[in-house]
Design a protein around this ligand. Structure first.
Ligand SMILES: [Ca+2]
Length: 105
């Protein structure tokens, strides 16, 4: 298993053969990024607020789980999934359980 921080801008990120944790902010999921989790059950954790648009990536494969976070409206996570890509979206709770705010399209 590896913990991988996605760099900003176009890049090719490849996971290991095992289960990986991939960390990315909205700006790091940039156009031109190729993200391949490799083998195992890989988890993409979305950091902070913003618009996470997976449609603009050059490639998005072998990532089994996307973990979003409940946040306040000012830091809402808006997530655009890719057509034809099967992925499980999990939402991690916060201490502010009465103010969940996220959107998945
Ligand atoms: Ca992997």
């Amino acid at each position: 298993m590896a913990v991988i921080l996605v760099p900003g801008g176009p890049a090719m990120v490849t996971g290991t053969a095992g289960d990986d944790i991939i960390l990315a902010s909205a700006s790091q999921l940039a156009a031109g990024l190729s993200l391949d989790g490799g083998g195992g059950r890989d988890r993409l954790i979305l950091l902070d607020g913003g618009t996470f648009d997976l449609r603009q990536l050059a490639a998005f494969t072998n990532v089994e789980v996307i973990e979003a976070q409940e946040r306040t409206a000012a830091n809402r996570q808006t997530i655009y999934l890719r057509d034809g890509t099967a992925v499980t979206v999990e939402v991690a709770g916060t201490s502010d359980a009465y103010n969940p705010d996220y959107r998945v399209w």
